[in-house]
Design a protein around this ligand. Sequence first.
Ligand code: RB5
Length: 145
Amino acid sequence: MIAIGSDHGGFALKQEIMKHLEARGLEYKDFGTYTADSCDYPQYGAAVGRAVAAGECERGILICGTGIGISISANKIHGVRAALCGDCFSAEMTRRHNDANILALGARVVGPGLALKIVDTFLDTDFEGGRHARRVEQMMALEEE
Ligand code: RB5
């Protein structure tokens, strides 16, 4: 199950991504926003972050205008590793090396075609483990500070 959420800036792209997930036969849960009306991104970042951190959803996708505010918000939830990606290389590497569990996108930064490729790369790439597991553990230990 994939958790997905956005503010108004990411609303249109969220609809595109959900269509794409449906076409791929992937299940998702939409945490809103549900209209294009102006709203505040932290609550959507937190809602998707909580669902992923709790294990209710394996991965998350978050979208706002830049992807920045919503990824910062999600990363405040313990257990979240949200990565803002504007290219496929970053999406691949953040899965392979950082075991990112949430992808953040900027709808005003990337076009819908590239965004869907980034989504596919993020969802289809596995964590490599090994030395990267140690580093991910070290990152997560920082949450105790
Ligand atoms: C909303 O105007 C915009 O600030 C938001 O979508 C996002 O870009 C914040 O980081």
